[in-house]
Design a binder for this molecule. Structure first.
Ligand SMILES: [Cu+2]
Length: 119
């Protein structure tokens, strides 16, 4: 049986539209791996902090935001404080003194680490 060329074109158009919609939805989800991270935030994903280094001014509150679909991670500073183990949501810390503060996810160790330079 011969394929109906009009129907085939229609099916291809619908398929292309579907792909375009998926790309659009992925781009708009806000916490996907490719979306930009706001200045005072750090994304927590599997298994990395991004950006891993942040330079901020004294008095800034930095917020770690877990990406959707994350497994369980935490933000643990060498001298405290630490977030709970969590797979979604946020953790915030106010930096009121200058210095360099290193942290890691204690579940994943040094391979999942970062630092904050406060100046
Ligand atoms: Cu982790």
């Amino acid at each position: 049986m011969r394929e109906n060329p009009v129907a085939a074109r229609l099916v291809r158009s619908i398929a292309r539209l579907g792909v375009a919609l998926l790309v659009l939805v992925a781009a708009c989800s806000g916490d996907g791996p490719s979306s930009p991270v706001p200045d005072n935030e750090v994304r927590v994903s599997n298994n990395a902090f991004s950006p891993a280094t942040r330079t901020i001014a004294v008095g800034t509150t930095l917020t770690w935001r877990w990406a959707s679909g994350s497994s369980t991670h935490n933000v643990t500073f060498a001298g405290g404080p630490a977030s709970p183990d969590q797979s979604s949501g946020t953790f915030a810390r106010l930096f009121s003194t200058a210095g360099t503060f290193t942290y890691q996810c204690s579940i994943h160790g040094a391979s999942m680490s970062g630092s904050v330079t406060v100046q």
